[in-house]
Design a protein around this ligand. Structure first.
Ligand SMILES: [Zn+2]
Length: 358
């Protein structure tokens, strides 16, 4: 498997290599971190708009999940996980997918809904849809399977999952049968665990990765070209701080990767509900509570700033201590890096305001 290499802009030494999805199975072989436009829309969407509609959307969705859960026995957090995964896919591929429902993100093509061989791809009759093995279902009891109805879309997914047992592994098999994509299964399992742990949908707050108020400095250096060692760009932001300054999760999420990487040193990868992978490199160590699968929240200490990397496990001190922070968005088969700098500035200023209030 090829690793994408990422280079810090500072001095000569700091080079990080990572593939965000290392060890994830089939999707990973095709994964490649690529350069993407720096103004990524992901944080302006997928549940992170700051309007009062946000709260309303969470309430409406939760109501739909709870109702469907009561009918089908599928836990609400699993329905929520699929819905959120679908929402992130629509954000990533907005040219080929649109939001069908009013509140939900679940997407199906007309052919999926009506059945591949159905001559009427706008078919809304549950019986003929079933005849043609379409996925469309009537979830609200109006006698029609409408592809733009939240209840019908959700029931179409939930009724598929009802064919599988209640254990998490059974659920994963059901998700696999639905997507035929290992990456989708992993994401939905992760999202489901995050929702189950916090018992709510509103989990899109952020924190700055080091405590605001400490001495640190950073600049927008994303995309700086490097010619040494082949063409590469710096994918991330370097936050310079003293050895031992706490490194905190920037999001609600789940630890996906932990351990040594020759370039990034002791590094950590956290997946959030926007399907963004947050990468922390050059740590001096990890908080003892952190393991792969640990659920984290914004501001939670996960490790400490260090200068590890660029060699065998344990190598450190080849460059001044700093945190390399990178973000990658999953587009289904590939992951794109985008510039964390504008978000870092925003999170930092939000946190300053919070500190002043308290
Ligand atoms: Zn860096």
């Amino acid at each position: 498997m090829k690793c994408t290499r990422i280079r810090c802009t500072m001095l000569l030494a700091c080079t990080i290599g990572l593939l965000p999805s290392l060890g994830l199975g089939i999707g990973a072989a095709h994964a490649k971190a690529l350069q993407a436009p720096s103004k990524d829309p992901v944080y302006r969407a997928a549940g992170s708009t700051n309007t009062t509609n946000k709260g309303q959307a969470f309430d409406k969705r939760r109501e739909l999940f709870d109702q469907m859960s009561a009918i089908t026995g599928v836990p609400w957090y699993r329905l929520a996980a699929i819905d959120q995964y679908e929402r992130t896919m629509t954000k990533a591929r907005s040219k080929t997918r649109q939001q069908l429902g009013e509140w939900l993100g679940i997407y199906m093509t007309p052919a999926q809904w009506a059945g591949q061989l159905n001559p009427d791809d706008e078919d809304q009759f549950p019986l003929s849809i079933r005849w043609f093995s379409g996925s469309g279902k009537d979830g609200d009891g109006d006698g029609l399977a409408v592809r733009t109805s939240d209840a019908d879309l959700l029931y179409a997914v939930a009724s598929h999952l009802m064919n599988f047992g209640p254990a998490e592994d059974d659920f994963s098999i059901g998700v696999w049968q639905y997507y035929h994509n290992t990456r989708a299964v992993q994401r939905i399992r992760q999202f489901s665990r995050i929702y189950a742990a916090y018992g709510q949908l509103d989990l899109f707050e952020h924190a700055f990765p080091v405590p605001v108020g400490n001495n640190y400095s950073y600049k927008g250096t994303w995309g700086t070209k490097r010619s040494w060692g082949g063409y590469r760009i710096h994918e991330g932001t370097d936050i310079f701080a003293n050895h031992g300054v706490p490194v905190r999760s920037t999001c609600y999420g789940i630890v996906e990767v932990k351990g040594w990487n020759p370039y990034g040193g002791w590094r950590l990868g956290i997946r959030d509900l926007n399907n963004v992978y947050h990468y922390y490199g050059h740590l001096s160590g990890y908080d003892k509570t952190v393991a792969v699968g640990t659920i984290v929240k914004p501001g939670q200490t996960v490790g400490w700033v260090g200068s590890s990397g660029y060699g065998k496990p344990g190598t450190q001190g080849k460059f001044p201590p700093h945190l390399h922070y990178g973000v990658y968005r999953d587009r289904g088969l590939i992951e794109w890096s985008f510039d964390p700098y504008p978000m870092l500035r925003q999170w930092e200023s939000e946190e300053r305001k919070r500190l002043k209030r308290n």
